[in-house]
Structure formats: C-alpha cells, structure tokens
Design a binder for this molecule. Structure first.
Ligand SMILES: [Fe+2]
Length: 255
C-alpha cells in the first residue's frame, strides 16, 4: 500500500510539526520522529531525567513468558489522565491483561509485574510527555479521560541467544493510541527493527529506533506493528530499553 508518510529514516532526527503528526495519525495511522525535535523544552533536558534512565537497570525479570524466554525485564503501572481537571493519577496496581486476539503468545491471562516506582510514575517529564501526546490525540478524539498503560521494558540478548521485543509477532496493542519511545539502544544491538503494517497486514515500512527520544505514535485501530529479533554483534550483552505508553479513551467523546 502506498502511503503519505515520509520515510521514517528521514523523519527521525528532523524537525516536525504538530500538523504533520496529526495528519499522519489519521492516515496512514502512525508518525515517527524524535520526541525532542518536536516536543523540545529546556526542562526536558534536565539532569533529573537522566536519573530516570538509570531505573531501567533495576527492572525485574518478566516471569510470564510463554516461550520460556529470559530476555525481557519490565515494570508496569496504570495511570489515569482526567483531561478536564488536567490531573494525572496512579491507579491501584493490578495485573496486566491482554486478550488472546491481541497477544496470541502471552495473552488470555493475568500477568503480574512489579509496579513502576512512584519516582518515575509521578515524574514531571512523564507527565509532560502524557500531556504532549494527548494534545495531539485530542485533535480528533476529544474524550474526558484516558487510561494509560505505562510499561518500562528492557530486552537483552547475546551473540548466541536472541531477544524478541515482540515475541507475539505482528499485533495490535488493543488500545486507542499507543507510543514506543526509545530510551537506550546499545551500540552492539543488531536487529530489533520496527515494522508497521496496514490492517490487511501488508508491510508499510520498516525502520529502527536508535537514539534516546526516537518515537512512534500510532492509532492502534489503523495499523499492526512488530519488532524483529535482536542479537549482540559482539561478545558483550546487548540491550534495548523502551518506554511504552498505551492510551485507552474513557468516558464520552465530545467531538
Ligand atoms: Fe505492541
């Protein structure tokens, strides 16, 4: 399928506009770029944010891998963004659940993950990020509140033992809008390419999120996505740290 998106490899690292993001979320359904080139503020570059990056080092292993894999570490929390009152709150911690339709490998059961620490979940940077994204989403889906799944995830691999960022394969997240934010990717990380597909699962584009802030925003109803396997290109362990924010519209839609 031909689409109007500029090449993702061109967009990453270049300035974009809110209009372009909004247009591309409508069609073809996703936008790729670097967060800091669009949502740039000096506050976002504070040293305090670097402390958040270090928290990926403390992620516990994911014990709910149906493939027996030991390559994923993670934390998970649920937030609520009350748009009218502009309040972001942490919801009571519960297991993460996806149905089998959206996750044929690990779906269909409660998965118990350690909560994201209050330091990260209440950090001004994270709140700013949520408000930035919702400002974009609200241009054409103006709802009173959003439930937000927040995932901190690290995939590790060695030369001989691969890691699988999406072991479930081509999938949807089962939400309204979703985002994939690259926190860190070690130099020796090989593979882990993102692919975007239309709703007939025809490949639209493949690209790689490499730098801090490289970001995909998408309308989950309009595309499928996947990430290919990764390996280390040398004798050291490779890792890929990501922050996923998944948004589900709650309440009445006003427009
Ligand atoms: Fe996903």
């Amino acid at each position: 399928m031909k689409h109007e998106n500029l090449s993702a490899e061109l967009l990453i690292g270049t300035q974009s506009s809110s209009e372009r993001i909004q247009t591309q979320l409508k069609k073809p359904g996703y936008w790729v770029g670097n967060y800091f080139n669009y949502f740039i503020t000096l506050a976002h570059r504070s040293d305090d944010w670097k402390k958040i990056l270090e928290t990926w080092d403390g992620l516990p292993p994911d014990e709910f891998m149906a493939d027996g894999g030991k390559y994923r570490r993670r934390r998970f929390s649920e937030l609520q963004y009350d748009v009218q009152n502009d309040e972001i709150s942490i919801l009571p911690h519960q297991p993460f659940f996806q149905d089998k339709y959206n996750n044929t490998l690990n779906g269909g059961r409660d998965r118990h993950f350690e909560p994201i620490t209050p330091y990260v979940a209440t950090h001004p940077f994270l709140k700013r990020m949520i408000r930035d994204y919702v400002a974009i989403f609200s241009r054409y889906k103006n709802v009173s509140s959003w439930k937000i799944y927040l995932h901190q995830v690290r995939i590790t691999s060695s030369k001989d033992i691969p890691g699988f960022p999406t072991p479930e394969g081509i999938h949807k997240d089962g939400v309204t809008f979703s985002s994939l934010f690259c926190v860190n990717r070690t130099e020796n990380c090989a593979g882990a390419e993102n692919s975007i597909y239309d709703n007939d699962k025809e490949l639209i584009e493949t690209f790689t999120l490499k730098r801090f802030g490289d970001l995909v925003l998408f309308d989950d109803s309009k595309i499928y996505h996947s990430v290919s396997r990764m390996n280390s290109s040398n004798d050291q362990a490779a890792s890929r740290d990501m922050l996923f924010l998944e948004f589900t519209a709650q309440g009445d839609e006003n427009v």
